[in-house]
Design a protein around this ligand. Structure first.
Ligand code: HDD
Length: 712
């Protein structure tokens, strides 16, 4: 693949530096003294005793009973017996990476947050991506929302932005979260289905809760089957506040935009990947970082002044609403780069504890009732998941900012506090640690002094009551093929629902209020009567289409990091392979050579070429495009090889770019396919331009109606 040096390789000795810091000024070596490497070290017990025999329990004679006194065996088995911790209640399946954030310039007019001031400074981050529904071992490519949680280790404390790859949420008030999660999780009697929402309890709930309509249509769109974690947008979802040194506050929505563009798998491919490579997303992230293709996102905000809080036809505190970019464009703030894989999955990715309540001076919450509830829930869940309130001392969670206070003791306390006073005020320890007034330099955290004059009530604001306009905005902003995918996804999911009254309620009371044509098409696929009208009068809104929401408009315009499968058998044209590899490398893309087996293939001019894998070992679903080089004998062999033929057909069905070089053109006849703008018969290297242009389009959407006739 790439010749770049891997970012991390082996873990490092405590205190020594093997991290790639060529592009960061973060002094991780002094911060991360907890990393451990056993190279050159003796095997010892947890008490430091060297172990002479790690193969045999202490026994009375070679064939006799084992002895309880074997403290070495007991320590080892006891520790093993307690290796597992509870998985996350939601977002259990995930993967993480280290990196850094740098601001483009000082944003002091907007916020006093230190990490957004100095463009020379690099703030370390740890990011964890996740699915929501499935357990820890579930598939990566299921139809689901993806978590996008970023921990910024700023000099002023940790800031956790715990978002998703969709800008809205299913419910408006945190008190409904346990209901929603119970409904979407596998059903309680048989724990089916794993990883997906295509079942009765989910659709029962969402068809009864119309505020979910907007988020559900996002979940039925291609956004719920992202191509990779690197090609997802991220959203803070809620409205937050940014506050500058003068105390001026603006409302903001946080956005992450990937430099790889935003794109998705196709549904059949996503389903197959869940079996053929359960770890597809985590593998892609890991390998990209190891290869030096560091994933990048631009961090930006939509800014709404205090005065404009009420100027929209929705409430900015309602987490089921987005702010169309056509109304408020995104102001770029900086960029995030992920450039280092964790050394240990459990210690880092599993134990990282995100809490939306972790903010720093210059950032504050809004009164979004979903956000307010989250501020409680995350710290609370870590206490049972990580075994007590000291989870901030676990290395991956430790702030790089110093933390001193009078909290003491509890399970897993690792800090050894000196001094006698664990209270404030005190005169015994000189009064330390002391408060820092907000006005001081690097002042203490101060909440925005928002004035509120209201009664204490349990009530949903009227301004939260329009549940369908933005779901309609989303549907109408999609390209034709994206709309077709949404119709297919609703039809697939509701087709799995056993109870007809739930299917009918979703169609008549939700979909018909979003868009009648959508409802009719889904009804037809389910064999239900088509609704004639919605049950709610559509409201008049200022924006009815938002091109920024369609992934058709979010491609990067290049083929960087794209992966091409080269199919070859004995007799292949070796020069064609070389020419393709060189051309791809020039574009920052990669290729893998695949043979009928894992044995090397012989080129037409007699050279032995090692292959990266067999065609079964790396199926078409893990690639972006397929190239079949010519060579009469190779094409003859591939034409009679079912795996090779299926490979090309499957790539065709999944709308991928395919180039058939020289003799490989014969495969068109063998497979009864017709060339199209992405299925190209090419003669030499100069024709690769068209192939690369097709890859840059991500998929050949025009082929989709035809591809439906290809067996799955
Ligand atoms: Fe949540 C985990 C994102 C609403 C309660 N949530 C969790 C994670 C992400 C989100 C990305 C995984 C973090 C990680 O990688 O460790 N959650 C969201 C978003 C929401 C949201 C974007 C709405 C805008 N969540 C939400 C509500 C509640 C929770 C309303 C409860 C009232 N979420 C949790 C949790 C989890 C969690 C149960 C499970 C594991 C954890 O927190 O650490 O507390």
């Amino acid at each position: 693949m790439s010749s770049k040096k891997p970012s991390s390789g082996k873990s490092q000795m405590a205190g020594t530096d093997t991290l790639d810091r060529s592009n960061t000024n973060v002094k991780l070596d002094s911060l991360e003294t907890f990393r451990d490497d056993a190279t050159d070290q003796a095997l010892r017990t947890n008490q430091g005793v060297k172990i002479a025999d790690n193969q045999n329990t202490l026994k009375v004679g070679a064939r006799g009973p084992s002895l309880l006194e074997d403290f070495i065996m007991r320590e080892k088995i006891t520790h093993f017996d307690h290796e597992r911790i509870p998985e996350r209640i939601v977002h259990a399946r995930g993967t993480g990476a280290h990196g850094y954030f740098e601001t483009y310039k000082s944003h002091s007019a907007l916020t006093k947050a230190g990490f957004l001031q100095d463009p020379v400074k690099k703030t370390p981050v740890f990011v964890r991506f996740s699915t929501v529904q499935g357990p820890r071992g579930s598939g990566d490519t299921v139809r689901d929302v993806r978590g996008f949680a970023v921990k910024f280790f700023t000099d002023e404390g940790n800031f956790d932005l715990v978002g998703n790859n969709m800008p809205v949420f299913f419910i408006q008030d945190a008190i409904k979260f346990p209901d929603f999660v119970h409904a979407v999780k596998p059903e309680p009697h048989n724990e089916i289905p794993t990883g997906g929402s295509a079942h009765d309890t989910f659709w029962d709930f969402v068809s009864l809760v119309p505020e979910s309509a907007h988020m559900v249509i996002w979940a039925m769109s291609d956004r719920a089957i992202p191509k990779s974690l690197r090609s997802m947008q991220g959203f803070g979802v809620h409205t937050f506040r940014l506050i500058n040194a003068e105390g001026k506050s603006n409302f903001v929505k946080f956005h992450w935009r990937p430099s790889a563009g935003t794109c998705s798998l196709v549904w059949d491919e996503a389903q197959k990947l869940a079996g053929k490579d359960t770890d597809y997303h985590r593998r892609d992230l890991w390998e990209s970082i190891e290869t030096g293709d560091y994933p990048e996102w631009e961090f930006g905000v939509q800014i709404i002044s205090e005065e404009d809080e009420h100027k929209f036809d929705f409430d900015i505190l309602d987490p089921t609403k987005l702010i169309p970019e056509e109304l408020v464009p995104i102001t770029p703030l900086g960029k995030m780069v992920l450039n280092r894989n964790p050394d240990n999955f459990f210690a880092e990715t599993e134990q990282v504890a995100f809490c939306p309540g972790h903010i720093v001076p210059g950032i504050d919450f809004s009164n979004d009732p979903l956000l307010q509830g989250r501020l409680f829930s995350y710290t609370d869940t870590q206490i049972s998941r990580l075994g007590g309130p000291n989870f901030h001392e676990i290395p991956i969670n430790r702030p790089v900012a110093p933390f001193h206070n009078n909290q003491r003791d509890a399970q897993h306390r690792s800090t050894i506090h000196k001094g006698r006073a664990s209270y404030e005020p005190n005169s015994i320890d000189g009064g330390w640690p002391k408060e820092t007034p907000p006005a001081a330099k690097d002042g203490g955290f101060e909440s925005y002094p928002e004035r509120i004059d209201a009664n204490k009530i349990r009530q949903r604001s009227d301004s939260f009551s329009d549940h369908f306009s933005q779901a309609r905005l989303f549907f109408h902003s999609m390209s034709k093929h994206e709309q077709e995918h949404i119709i297919a996804a609703y039809s697939f999911e509701l087709g799995k629902v056993e109870r007809e009254h739930i299917r009918a309620r979703q169609v008549n009371e939700i979909l018909a209020n979003i868009d009648l044509e959508l409802a009719k098409r889904v009804a037809e696929n389910l064999g239900l009567p088509a609704p004639k009208a919605g049950t709610v009068t559509a409201r008049k809104v200022s924006v009815t289409e938002s091109p920024a929401l369609s992934q058709a408009n979010l491609l990067p315009g290049n083929i960087k990091t794209r992966k091409v499968a080269i199919l070859a058998a004995n007799g292949v044209d070796g020069q064609a392979i070389e020419a393709l590899k060189q051309a791809l490398a020039a574009e920052g893309a990669h290729a893998k050579l695949l043979g009928p087996t894992s044995a090397p293939v012989k080129t037409a001019d007699g050279k032995l070429l090692p292959v990266d894998a067999s065609m079964e070992g790396m199926p078409s679903v893990v690639f972006d495009a397929v190239y079949v080089p010519g060579g009469a004998a190779s094409i003859k062999a591939l034409s009679g090889n079912g795996v090779a033929l299926h490979y090309v057909l499957e790539a065709y069905k999944h709308l991928k770019a395919i180039a058939l070089h020289g003799d490989a053109k014969q495969l068109l006849d063998v497979l009864h396919l017709q060339a199209d703008e992405g299925l190209l018969a090419i003669k030499d290297a100069k024709d690769l331009k068209a192939f690369f242009a097709a890859i840059a389009q991500h998929r050949v959407w025009a082929r989709e109606p035809k591809a439906k006739a290809i067996p799955a």
